[in-house]
Design a protein around this ligand. Sequence first.
Ligand code: COS
Length: 385
Amino acid sequence: MDYFLTEEQEMIRDLARQVAQEKIKPVAAEYDKSGEFPWEIMKQLAEMDFFRFYLDEAYGGMNAGAMGLALVTEELSRACGGIAASYASSMLGIMPLQIAGTEEQKKKYFPGFAEGKTLAAFALTEPEAGSDAGNIKTTAKKDGNSYVLNGVKHFITNGGVAQFYTVIALTNPKKGSRGASAFVVEKGTPGFSFGKKEDKLGIRASSTTELIFEDCRIPEENLIGKEGMGFIIAMRTLDRSRPGVAAQAVGIAQGALDHALEYSRQRIQFGQSISSFQAIQFKLADMATQIEAARALTYSVARMIDGGASDYAKEAAMAKLFASDVAMAVTVEAVQILGGFGYMREYPVEKYMRDAKITQIYEGTNEIQRSVIGKHLIKEAASKK
Ligand code: COS
């Protein structure tokens, strides 16, 4: 389908596709097996200016917006969902600063990020605050010109590898989520350490760890926005990042379809290639149609964000929900087309199925996305009366 991309968007997509197919695809299985962080790939992406795409020109960026980020994330995911997650989570990490950071904070953190010298991470989730994000317990107590952080964040993508972390913590625990604030915390700050590294089903090239804060003192300048704005900043961050998860899901699904289609043309059974059987053709047709619908929705939401829409929470949730369900369904079908070979680690398709699963879970489970969409529908209906 022709999405009438601008020349710049086509250039970004083509470059991402080339890097993904030439540099990432050949090593995806290796990183999946070892679970090691793809430093070498991140270095190459940095050298090719990939960390500039999503930033404003004023800070060394290229202003490619949500659409640029979606195109890159999709292409990287088509080759490896885990490597794409490491890249996209870094963009997630800077979003709170883009939304509510001061000029000083942007000038401090963005230029190095644009050059690919630093990675970032976003830390909201805690053991008792997953879907119920308002139930965080980490505290940030004001003490003179500092805040002192105590608590544990878990399941943090880019944990340990990022140089700076945007962290949501309670400055007024009595107020619950309305007493939450956002901070930037640098790796190496005394009292800030990393706990266990998770051993995951999929996206194994990405690093997922606990963050531990024990009397971690940070300067008051590290507050992002105002005290009490943390939950809203976190929700607005997720509104922006969910189309990125949708793009990751589209890419994973497309990668699985690419393999299944190729295999079906090569595989001979009953004296002919299995692609000549209607049973296989119908599967391929459904997979391709679902992917295109997911892509169209994802790009539309990205364009809505870049077009300056003020509220896109519902549409972002729709894209994430739809595309991730498509990714799961398509990757399961891809394994089915490859049959016994699809089940073997020797073939790349089972990895796509494992990588797809997280897109239905992180940055808000699909049950949470349905709840966000439902609440918006009811609110919109009520406001029309
Ligand atoms: N943009 C701006 N403000 C928002 C918002 C959004 N998208 N969503 C909620 N808010 C505001 C509400 O307007 C409300 O403001 P007031 O306190 O001034 O009334 C406040 O935030 C609380 O909203 P709500 O009552 O809807 O919060 P809940 O505690 O019921 O939780 C959900 C809302 C479930 C949607 C939220 O907790 C969520 O998204 N959970 C999933 C978290 C997630 O995605 N985790 C992934 C980890 S991060 S990778």
